[in-house]
Ligand binder design. Structure first.
Ligand code: FES
Length: 160
C-alpha cells in the first residue's frame, strides 16, 4: 500500500521525488522548515524516492545533524573537538550546564538544550559554539552568558 503523505510534505516531495540522491536535500529542507524530521514522514519519503523505510531511517539516524523530535526553544551547541577542547571547551560545557540547568546531550531545561558538536570550522578561533544556529568563536564563559542573554525569549524575560 502506498503511504499518503501528510499535506505539509507534498510540496517538498514534489520538488525532490523520484531520485534516491535527493534524500539528503529533502531531509535538510524538511528540517530547515520544521526543525526536525517527523518519523511519521518516513514511509512517504521512502516511497517518493524509491527507497526502503530502513534506508531513510538509517540516513536520519546516521547523521547527528538530523532531529527526529522538535528541538528545544533554544539550542546551544558547543564544539568538543580537539582545538576547542584544548582552549577551554570542556570548561565552557561545564559552565553552560551550570548556568542553564541542562545536561550536555541530555534533556533541555527551561527550553534550553545544550548539545555536543565536533568541529564548527572555527578551530583557530576556539572555543566555538552556536546558539540557535548562529556561530560564535572565542567564547569565554562570560561571553557565553552575554550571548545567551541576547536570545530573544530570554531578553524579553520569557523563560519556558
Ligand atoms: S575543533 Fe572546535 S571549531 Fe574546530
Amino acid at each position: 500500500m502506498v503511504p499518503t503523505p501528510h499535506a505539509a510534505l507534498v510540496p517538498l516531495l514534489a520538488r525532490h521525488a523520484g531520485h534516491a540522491h535527493e534524500l539528503l536535500p529533502l531531509l535538510h529542507a524538511l528540517q530547515d522548515r520544521d526543525g526536525y524530521v517527523d518519523p511519521a514522514h518516513v514511509p512517504a519519503i521512502a516511497d517518493a524516492l524509491n527507497l526502503s523505510r530502513a534506508e531513510v531511517h538509517g540516513v536520519i539516524t546516521f547523521y547527528h545533524h538530523f532531529r527526529s523530535a522538535p528541538p528545544p526553544r533554544t539550542v546551544v551547541q558547543i564544539c568538543r573537538a580537539e582545538a576547542c577542547r584544548s582552549r577551554g571547551g570542556e570548561a565552557l560545557v561545564a559552565h553552560a550546564e551550570a548556568c542553564t540547568g541542562a545536561r550536555i546531550d541530555g534533556e533541555p531545561c527551561h527550553g534550553i538544550g545544550v548539545e555536543s558538536v565536533y568541529c564548527l570550522g572555527q578551530c583557530a578561533l576556539s572555543p566555538a559554539v552556536t546558539i540557535n544556529g548562529d556561530l560564535h568563536a572565542r567564547v569565554s564563559p562570560a561571553r557565553f552568558d552575554a550571548l545567551l542573554a541576547l536570545v530573544p525569549e530570554r531578553k524579553e524575560g520569557r523563560h519556558v
